[in-house]
Design a protein around this ligand. Sequence first.
Ligand SMILES: [Zn+2]
Length: 239
Amino acid sequence: MKLWEVSGPAFEKHPKAVAILPVGSIERHGNHLPLGTDTMVVMYLAERLRERLDVLVLPPIWYGSCRGLKDFPGTFDIEPNVLYNYVLNVMVEAARNGIHMLVTLNGHGGNTEILGVAAREAAFRTEMHVILLNWWSDLGIQAQKELFEAPGHAGEDETSVMLAIAPDTVKMSRAMDHVVSYPSMKIYSKKVERLIYPDALSGSATKASPEKGKSWLDAALDDLVRIIREAAKLLGINV
Ligand SMILES: [Zn+2]
């Protein structure tokens, strides 16, 4: 069930133990991927999840925290405190509406820390259980390693996924390569951001294919189903 499509009485009757909250971004992804890539991918996973589990899908949060690529036209960067308060508010409202376990499915790296703090606070303020999954680093990891030589932001992996789910939005004639190794330490630096993403892209977009994207998404979906079942079992929730 999609929350935005049901009537009030249908919502009241529907089981709502488990809900999924997709969170993404509007951010430059090289010159070949749509600005909404991060949100489109997690919405796709949430849609596919509904074929396997009876979960409630909440409307996605389209805008995210995109400091690093703010200078590129098309990026909408939401202030961290605004995003934190907004996400926390949505989470608390999910709890008030009867959700027991909220699966926050994040599609964008810049959101990760903010979502983590919001999830912790929501779980503190309510009785709801909150799971945070960063899909690209928590789901289908073995497949990701095997499938892609040059992953990255708008790189081989992300471009493959978009070719699989929304091929009409991908302009492969503009795909580029910028293979760099990420620093081994966590470093916050504009200079490093500029070195890694001179064209709002890292990795090799030209190596992408829809087949590789589909394989990764299938593996990610299997992991997502398994994780939700495991968590539900641990928490004594029927899903
Ligand atoms: Zn992305």
